[in-house]
Design a protein around this ligand. Structure first.
Ligand SMILES: Cc1cc2nc3c(=O)[nH]c(=O)nc-3n(C[C@H](O)[C@H](O)[C@H](O)COP(=O)(O)OP(=O)(O)OC[C@H]3O[C@@H](n4cnc5c(N)ncnc54)[C@H](O)[C@@H]3O)c2cc1C
Length: 439
């Protein structure tokens, strides 16, 4: 009989490394598998921005060499660029990471606490026996574990190979964002805030970003849902490069990436397995930031795994606590923001320009929406007159309906059952809401 690890973690990204560190420092045996060679782990095309509240929540201190610079918040530009929403301070401090050094730091931290790394090892599928995941298939071999964590990123190598009817694994093309990004040297000082640009013609159903990246460099990119069949690189050169600060800039790094933007999985565990990070759909659906929530999910999976190992129950029941804890700390907000994503994707430039100009949401409310998933509106009589004048009275009705649905969905996910017994009635309420929202 081959060795059975306490925990096998597939993927040594931010999710997998946080989980590996927490579990191995509690004295359990962890094997971390990644298809990349060790020196490539952490090398990822990304916007590199991370809200510092994510670090505080899991008690992670970053060494100075992994942080390129601090930023105080985000400026969001309306399509006509006449209105800028500045969201900063009050809990939205952020850092720009040296993404590679950050990845290597998390990896070394996991290894230092006792996790074993098997790099250059591609995982192919879960091994399922008697209705339970008992390990994973790798090239030419099998690896056994009491608990397996799928932290394999957007590809979700185990998630996608779970039998139908076990987990909620569907990712629609409209929920997969494709992005193109460059690091560019610019001729003037970079912006102090991260910048987001909205425009339904230039970046349909998505956005462009320019983030400071240390010295006179910026991280600049554009992302849009994959069902539009747009090549983001083409849109980058056609529409992003016309932003004035990029004039005469020079690319020093280029790359593409994909990221899942959807509501949380209905259930993030099954017998012997848990799903986290991009593999477990933990990304913020509104702005597609997923580093912080991937680390949170890794941290929560570790807590659930340690509990399950201490009572020797690796079943769905033994691992159950992960999903309700995730919903409390992030998933409920994520589910609410997914509704706001859909609303925003279906607004026109005209609606965005007027909505932002007339302050349908105050800057503080935008901050609150991004941190808590609560949408507070300021629909004054003047705003009503403006939208009636535009011939768009339904826009405000739809916005109000969106805010109401966000509140209902958030409350439902906050009431996620603490034990498997409550799941079927919770799920039938969730399905009812999902039918209304997603059709
Ligand atoms: C263009 C772009 C910009 C982004 N900008 C930001 C941003 O500014 N801020 C932010 O917070 N988030 C951002 N994100 C999202 C963020 O990068 C991800 O949400 C986050 O990195 C997910 O971490 P993870 O650990 O789940 O997955 P990953 O970091 O993708 O790690 C998965 C690991 O699994 C390994 N793996 C995959 N398949 C296998 C296999 N079959 N066998 C073995 N190993 C495997 C991979 O090699 C990898 O090391 C961006 C994403 C993109 C694409």
């Amino acid at each position: 009989m081959s060795h059975t690890w306490d925990v096998v973690i597939v993927g040594a990204g931010s999710c997998g490394c946080i989980a590996a560190h927490e579990i191995s420092r509690s004295g359990f045996e962890v094997l971390l598998l990644d298809m990349k060679p060790r020196e490539k782990i952490g090398d990822k095309v990304c916007g590199d921005a991370l809200g510092t509240h994510h670090l505080k929540r899991i008690g992670l201190d970053l060494p100075p060499e992994v942080v390129v610079q601090d930023v105080s918040g985000v400026d969001t530009y309306s399509p006509d660029r006449k209105t800028v929403f500045r969201v900063g301070g009050g809990g939205l401090g952020a850092v720009i990471l040296d993404r590679y050094k950050f990845g290597q730091f998390l990896l070394n931290r996991a290894i230092d606490s006792g996790a074993e790394l098997s790099a250059s090892t591609r995982v192919l599928s879960p091994i399922i026996k008697s209705e339970r995941v008992i390990g994973v298939k790798v090239h030419g071999d099998e690896v056994y574990a009491k608990i397996v964590l799928d932290c394999s990123g957007v590809g979700g190598v185990l998630r996608n190979r779970m039998p139908d009817g076990t987990i909620d694994k569907e990712l629609k093309k409209s929920e997969l964002v494709v992005a193109y990004r460059e690091i560019r040297e610019i001729k003037e000082d970079p912006p102090e805030y991260c910048e987001i640009y909205l425009d339904q013609i230039k970046y349909p159903k998505g956005y462009a970003w320019i983030f400071p990246h240390g010295g006179r460099t910026v991280n600049v990119g554009v992302g849009m849902p994959s069902n539009l069949n747009i090549k983001p690189r083409e849109y980058f050169y056609r529409y992003v490069m016309d932003i004035p600060i990029l004039k005469d800039s020079k690319a020093v790094e280029k790359g593409s990436g994909v990221v899942p933007t959807r509501r949380p999985m209905d259930l993030m565990v099954w017998n012997g397995i848990m799903f986290g990070g991009d593999a477990g759909f933990t990304v913020n659906p509104l702005h597609a930031g997923g580093i912080g929530s991937s680390m949170l999910s890794g941290w929560l999976m570790a807590k659930a795994a340690i509990r399950a190992l201490s009572i020797e129950d690796y079943s769905l029941r033994g691992l159950w606590s992960y999903t309700p804890e995730y919903m409390q700390m992030y998933g409920a907000k994520q589910a609410a923001l997914d509704i706001f994503r859909i609303f925003l994707q279906n607004t026109s430039n005209e609606e965005l320009n007027y909505g932002m100009h007339h302050g349908i949401m105050k800057e503080d409310d935008v901050l609150k929406a991004s941190i808590d998933g609560d949408l507070h509106l300021s629909i004054t009589d003047k705003v009503k007159r403006v939208f009636i004048g535009l011939g768009k009275p339904n826009f405000l009705l739809e916005l109000k309906r969106t805010a109401d649905r966000m509140r209902d969905v958030k409350n439902l996910y906050l009431a996620y059952p603490e034990t498997p017994e409550g799941y079927s009635s919770w799920l039938s309420r969730a399905k009812e809401l999902q039918r209304i929202i997603y059709g």
